[in-house]
Design a protein around this ligand. Structure first.
Ligand code: FAD
Length: 401
């Protein structure tokens, strides 16, 4: 990310953070009459031949928005693996549930894509938009945010290269440790799950069948997400101690333990990439908006990755924020005013909070090594599998409908 098409310093919207969520908002605003700048501190790494370990399950809603914004035309979309089934089972019993796109009457449930490849795809659209400038890699030296009650606020950002940008709307898409949130003095709850997410890519003896596999076990969920090259990306949630001991295993032993724990659902593990750990936490900002300021994505909320929804919620934030400010501008209203931005907060905060609480509840329910709970869980999974209406309601939420 490097181009600065217009040498200008005054922007309608400055987005701090060019992760998946910040770039999603930039794509939403491409080809509108907003002038937009994206400031990202890290250079995006070049596309490598082998798949990266950080991947996301991107739902149908997000895919549709990318398609509408014209971002899903890139040849890089070949790196996205369509999944049309989801299979969830409980390791401690016979409970299982399956979601199938055919049953739901949709062409796919979503795609699994490497995070940085998705960023490249979104960036292609952003780069080709005349109304967007990218400042990357660029550190922010200071942000001067002076809200004007009732009037139009203007924030000024000073970059380490010496450039100064002004923004009518400052958007924090800068992740869980958001500087924009800090500048606006918005509080955020933060709670560690005391768990780590162990991620790596694996080759398996049996095909992944374009299915997202998820096994709930007392130690935490283990997901196998299908990749475009036939391999799978795993996300294994473990308590701190188990995570360290699994990391310490040599490759052969790790492959054996992983195959055993996944009950050989995809057969033996035949190959393995490097393994990485990510500490897992959840948190929520008390507010998403201020006069002339909005938070989206992980800057506003983060959840347990067990249902692969964090990035999807952020992409939905970006879509709703864009809809709200575009509609307000078209109607000649104060598009960056608190009362306008509050509409975005009203639409997203409740939905994100429900998802955060559901993930925490799931984690507690499936994290119990208790015989009674285990029986209830297993009966519940199988029961829902036989109740199409309830099953449909659950999957609709996961698809972002
Ligand atoms: C193990 C694991 C698996 C996951 N799997 C899934 C999944 O399958 N599906 C899903 O939807 N979600 C998943 N998630 C969640 C998802 O990864 C995050 O919710 C999502 O990446 C958040 O995106 P973001 O753009 O809001 O924040 P980030 O990805 O944190 O991006 C923030 C960006 O801002 C930049 N930045 C920060 N500070 C500054 C600054 N001062 N100046 C300039 N730039 C700055 C950073 O460099 C970064 O590029 C998973 C998470 C984990 C931990």
């Amino acid at each position: 990310m490097k181009t600065q098409k217009q040498i200008q310093s005054d922007y309608d919207v400055v987005i701090v953070g060019g992760g998946i969520v910040g770039l999603s908002l930039a794509c939403e605003l491409a080809a509108t009459d907003f002038s937009v700048a994206v400031v990202e501190r890290n250079e995006l790494k070049a596309i490598a031949d082998v798949p990266d370990c950080r991947v996301s399950a991107i739902n149908r809603f997000a895919l549709q928005r990318f398609k509408q914004a014209g971002a899903w035309r890139s040849p890089l979309t070949k790196r996205a693996c369509i999944f049309d089934k989801m299979f969830v089972w409980d390791q401690t019993g016979a409970g299982q549930i399956q979601f199938d796109s055919v049953e739901l009457g949709v062409p796919e449930l979503g795609v699994i894509i490497e995070n940085y490849v998705l960023q490249h795809i979104l960036l292609e659209t952003v780069r080709s938009a005349d109304n967007i400038s990218c400042f990357c890699p660029e550190q922010i030296s200071s942000i001067d945010y002076q809200p004007q009650a009732g009037g139009q606020s203007v924030s000024t950002l000073e970059l380490s290269s010496g450039k100064r940008l002004s923004a009518t709307l400052l958007v924090g898409a800068d992740g869980a440790k958001s500087k924009v949130r800090e500048i606006a003095a918005i509080q955020r709850s933060q709670q560690s799950y005391q768990q780590q997410g162990l991620v790596c890519n694996v080759a398996t003896a049996e095909s992944h069948q374009n299915t997202a596999w998820q096994c709930f076990m007392p130690t935490g969920p283990l997901a196998f997400l299908p990749l475009y090259n036939g391999c799978s990306s795993i996300v294994w949630t473990l308590d701190e101690e188990s995570a360290q001991s699994r990391m310490a295993l040599d490759d052969e032993e790790f492959k054996r333990v992983l195959a055993e724990q996944s009950q050989y659902r995809l057969g033996e593990i035949t190959d393995l990439s490097q393994r990485y750990l990510f500490p897992l936490a959840h948190g929520h900002a008390t507010e998403y908006v201020r006069q002339g300021l909005a938070l989206i994505g992980d800057a506003a909320h983060s959840i347990h990755p067990l249902a692969g929804q964090g990035a999807n919620l952020g992409i939905a934030d970006a879509a709703v924020l864009a809809d709200v400010i575009i509609a307000a501008k078209m109607a000649g209203r104060q598009w960056s005013a608190l009362h306008t931005l509050s509409k975005y907060q009203r639409q997203r905060k409740g939905a994100n909070r429900v998802m955060e609480m559901s993930m925490t509840g799931f984690k507690e329910l499936f994290g119990q090594d208790n015989a009674v709970l285990s029986e209830l869980r297993n009966a519940g999974l199988s029961l829902v599998d036989h109740l199409p209406a309830l099953k449909y309601r659950i999957i609709k939420q996961a698809l972002g409908a």
